[in-house]
Design a protein around this ligand. Sequence first.
Ligand code: CA
Length: 514
Amino acid sequence: MNKQYITTILSILFFDIVICFGQQKPNILFIMTDDHSRHAISAYGSKLVQTPNIDLLAENGILFNNCAVTNAICGPSRAVALTGKYSHINGYKDNRSNFDGNQQTFPKLLQAAGYHTMMIGKWHLHSEPQGFDYWNILIGQGSYYTPSMIENGDTLEIEGYVTDIVTDLSIAQLSARDQKKPFCLMYQQKAPHRNWMPNIKHLELFKNDTLPIPDNFFDDYDTRSSAAKGQDLEVKNMYMSFDMKLDPKTFQDSTENGTGGSKTWDAINSWKNAYKRMSETQKAEWDKYYKPLSEEFYNSSYSEKELAEWKYQRYIKDYLRCIVSVDENLGRMIDYLKETGEWENTLIIYTSDQGFFLGEHGWYDKRFMYEESLITPLIIKLPNKDSASINNDLVMNLDFAPTILDYAGIPAPKDMQGKSLKPVIEGEKLKRKGQYYHYYEFPHGWHSVKKHYGVRTDNFKLIHYYHDSSEWELFDLKNDPQEMNNIYNNTKYTSTQKELHELLIELRLLYKEE
Ligand code: CA
């Protein structure tokens, strides 16, 4: 019997013993919210909201300050998380795409290695999930109230509030699973995606507060590209019905049936459809709060500036109410893990599919390679180890899949383009010169953000808009963190500009982007 054979047999026996005696392999809880800005997490220093349960993960784990996504939009970001590959490799470049579920993903590899795998909540990849022992997904974007879901292929309508429902289903499946196997649960909330409908019980939160407005809310986009000037992301243009939730019966505004970027869209009907999903009791509670707001608005007059500020307050309060529900439900999940003794042996990752503008530059939404949208929250609680630390390396959502596999003791396939963060967490410096980004959804997409790609380093960012003209932006992130001053072709930065151009070429070659 040769040595290689003996080693293989011993490792299989070891794996069986591990499975037999239960929880030696760590459980994996992958938590993804939708459009959750770091600026709405108190562990990241939010001035807007307290998130004690997310903070608890940071108090027991590693908080990453520089986690970039590769393409700041819902579906594509999820495809990157699953595959560890850029959009141009996994095939899911924009929200019109259909995810090829036959390709390799980290849940499939975990399942093959003996994990019980589950996917519950927001999926948004159009094709059916593969690689899961159980899945129950929201249809498309998902509804805040009485959402329609597909459970292992069967469509169901579930009464209640979506963030609670996704948590209820997740806890129920954790209880019902095969307890002998380690689990991997993708627990993915729809919140706080537009149109930010809070749970009834949170309607009164922030009611009498005036929340701080970012100091670049009235940005004029001077020095920036035509893309920054031509976008359709401005809070001041939010719809009175769908976004502000004023009563459609009390107003007629021709701008409500306008466009969502390049799309023709009926905001009033979209709002009516969302409202209709509430029960009669929920509608009564909802109206008790929102109707006086509608009346107050229509009995007042606002200047253009005052109206923009009024819309910001309406927007940010509903957004934060949705976050409070996310945090509260995370607390229920943490309690469950602690009560069942699984907290210690579970690797927990908290992230969002990308960041979000909370009024910075006057905007909501994402898509741009600017900091608020590019940088997503990332907090990792390790299995069986306390580590309250902060990491500033240039990590990416490309790294999620290899990291999870590494903690599960599975070598990451060579074609995954990200890096495991385990060595970084254990003290090594991440070897990455820059974060490469590429956004594609134009001209057919929402919000009219032109296609662009670019690179971000510790100190600088270079962006190229290329759809109908070639325009460049260069930002000095240390001296201009709000990215207000485009310094491209400023002679003071000639050598930096040249280095970033070279790095961009190098990264495009590395990641096989043509
Ligand atoms: Ca999103």
